[in-house]
Design a protein around this ligand. Structure first.
Ligand code: SF4
Ligand code: SF4
Ligand code: SF4
Length: 165
């Protein structure tokens, strides 16, 4: 069981910010402290942060994943980021759009996954298919960026949805 990020949003200080949009190591109250200076956006070497709703920084994994370099944390002068939190509460989940599930060879997500959380299981008469080891997945989004089918969703496991998002 899991909760799709697309269905989750939070109301804070009159603003609704979707959980999937928040920068790493932030929670739903980050708009209270963020002064929308854009320093974290400018500092991000992966360009995964952008100016989103209301001018607040948001994250997207369209072209790259987060490398956890902490540059956004380093340049921010406000109490927005908290490194004692988990960076992201979501985990990767392979949907049925996956090429390998349709018996077409593809392992791009595995190649992009630094902690080796995506493993391909061989099966007789079928190309190997991906499985995500949730304990190893950091939610970095690198697999989302490379998947040619947009087959990877980021999902908050049930029981974690109020912990860090
Ligand atoms: S940790 Fe690094 S890569 Fe991730 S959002 Fe912050 S600046 Fe960008
Ligand atoms: S990159 Fe996408 S299509 Fe390819 S195996 Fe991974 S989830 Fe499937
Ligand atoms: S989100 Fe990052 S750590 Fe998790 S499976 Fe994808 S690439 Fe690997």
């Amino acid at each position: 069981m899991s909760v799709s990020l697309a269905r989750r949003s939070f109301l804070r200080g009159g603003r609704t910010l979707s959980a999937e949009h928040r920068p790493p190591w932030t929670d739903e109250s980050f708009t209270d402290a963020c002064v929308r200076c854009g320093d974290c956006i400018d500092a991000c070497p992966e360009d995964v942060l952008f100016r989103g709703d209301g001018g607040f920084p948001q994250i997207r994994f369209q072209d790259d994943g987060c490398t956890f370099c902490e540059e956004c944390v380093r340049v921010c002068k406000e109490p927005v980021f908290d490194l004692t939190r988990e960076a992201f509460s979501w985990r990767a989940q392979v949907s049925d759009h996956c090429l390998a599930l349709a018996n077409i060879h593809c392992q791009s997500c595995q190649d992009a996954c630094e902690p080796d959380a995506i493993r391909f299981a061989p099966s007789p008469g079928h190309v190997p298919t991906p499985h995500v080891a949730l304990d190893d997945c950091t939610g970095c989004g690198a697999c989302v960026a490379v998947c040619p089918q947009e087959a990877i969703e980021l999902v908050v496991p049930v029981g974690k949805e109020t912990d860090h998002v």
